[in-house]
Design a protein around this ligand. Structure first.
Ligand SMILES: [Zn+2]
Ligand SMILES: [Zn+2]
Length: 418
């Protein structure tokens, strides 16, 4: 039996060094977004439940995987399962549609879904996402996709793969939907249990069933149903991405899980993961803000990337920032002097630590070897004469320098080579 004093099922404690990798990815993602002109926005980790109900009523996430609760004031709240709905809510609530368009935003933070625990599916996971509001042009879709690719490259996965599709618009999708339902009705008996329900609730998702892959091969292809505008949009988007030097594949089975997509849907993968494995995805959702009482026409396009997934794909190749710090060791009786020197160095901007356990010099040096770049040894007659012994990590040679010159020495030792 699981102890009630263990972390909740499906969650993780992110310990060092993984925690530093996470932090670095966060910085890379936000900086890359800034390069494209996207501003960071932070929304609460919970919203009033209707925000999510309105945008994703028929999805598994909203139906079965919600963490919802009623607070002491009787308000129905939900921990956010994804970022897009909350950003749409904020866009409408702050009247951002009155600002000069487009509005470019990015977000980073934890998301919550009560998923069945399995590899890389956490009930709390971290997402970075970007949203572009106010342009219905294919250039907007292209920019979002290029930003997504750039983040992936910046964390070390060169030449990402874009799988692309258009699921049409309110003009052309209904007739496709009709044909799709007819086709699947004809093979109703062969469908898996989920798909027998999906055919009524979310027929497009029949195409991304992992079980009925054989049946979809003969299903009608949406590109034969695209209206002229959808076709032109898709073609221009492909042209822009190709001209920008990106590799694009059309995937007729790519539909994405959420109801609110219009036209563009995409997934970003990497050749090292195989052609069918996605790292994350996104798309266009022109109707989303409108369902949250936004203006009649609110074009929007974006993506959300699970950081744990990205991290698992790059882990081996992702360098940790080099730790450059000072360990202030002491000879017996010089604990105070070492403690104060460490603080002194920190005040000068160095990263410094001291023993705190009254250990022998030998034990301190062993510890220092694990944790620091330079060791300073305090005590003995050197100390009385205004000197300290210093040692570089991994070198046995010990230097004696004057205390006045310690800062200058450390500055040279700890500054990364250009
Ligand atoms: Zn259309
Ligand atoms: Zn199925």
């Amino acid at each position: 039996m699981r102890s009630e004093f263990q972390r909740p099922r499906g969650t993780q404690d992110i310990l060092p060094p993984a925690s530093y990798r996470m932090e670095q990815i966060r910085r890379i993602a936000i900086d890359t977004a800034a390069k494209f002109g996207y501003d960071l926005i932070e929304t609460p980790i919970f919203e009033q439940t209707p925000v999510f109900l309105r945008v994703g009523e028929s999805t598994d996430i909203v139906q079965h995987e919600r963490y919802s609760f009623t607070d002491a004031g009787g308000v129905d709240l939900t921990l956010r399962p994804e970022g897009t709905a909350a950003i749409a809510r904020a866009y409408v609530e702050h009247g951002m549609f009155n600002q000069p368009q487009p509005v470019r935003m990015c977000y980073y933070g934890p998301m919550f879904r009560r998923e069945r625990p399995q590899a890389l599916r956490y009930r709390q996971h971290t997402q970075f996402g970007a949203e572009l509001y106010g342009s219905s042009q294919p250039e907007a879709d292209a920019e979002i996709i290029l930003l997504a690719c750039d983040v992936v490259e910046q964390v070390g996965l060169k030449n990402p793969l874009i799988r692309l599709n258009s699921i049409g618009c309110s003009q052309c999708r209904p007739s496709y939907r009709k044909s799709l339902i007819e086709y699947y009705q004809g093979r109703h008996q062969e469908l898996c249990e989920d798909c027998q329900t999906r055919i009524h609730t979310n027929p497009l998702r029949l195409l991304d069933c992992k079980i009925d892959v054989e049946i979809r091969q003969q299903a009608p292809d949406i590109q034969d149903y695209w209206c002229e505008d959808c076709r032109a949009h898709y073609q221009q988007l492909t042209t822009l991405l190709t001209e920008a030097g990106r590799q694009v594949i059309r995937d007729p089975f790519l539909v994405r899980g959420l109801d609110y997509y219009t036209r563009t849907v995409f997934e970003i993968g990497h050749p090292s993961l195989g052609n069918q494995t996605a790292l994350f995805g996104g798309g266009r959702y022109d109707g989303l803000a409108t369902t949250l009482d936004g203006p009649e026409v609110t074009p929007a396009v974006g993506f959300g990337m699970g950081i744990e997934r990205i991290l698992s794909a790059v882990e081996e190749n992702f360098p940790l920032p080099l730790k450059r710090s000072v360990y202030v060791a002491h000879l017996p009786g010089f604990e105070d002097a070492a403690f104060v020197l460490a603080e002194n160095l920190r005040q000068q901007g160095f990263s410094a630590e001291s023993d705190l356990l009254h250990r022998s010099l030998k034990a301190q040096l062993r510890d220092a070897n694990r944790r620091s770049t330079v060791v300073v040894i305090v005590g003995g007659k050197e100390w009385e004469q205004g000197q300290v012994a210093v040692k570089r990590l991994g070198e046995s040679e010990q230097l004696t320098i004057h205390q006045d010159q310690l800062s200058e020495f450390l500055r040279q030792e700890l500054t990364p080579n250009p």
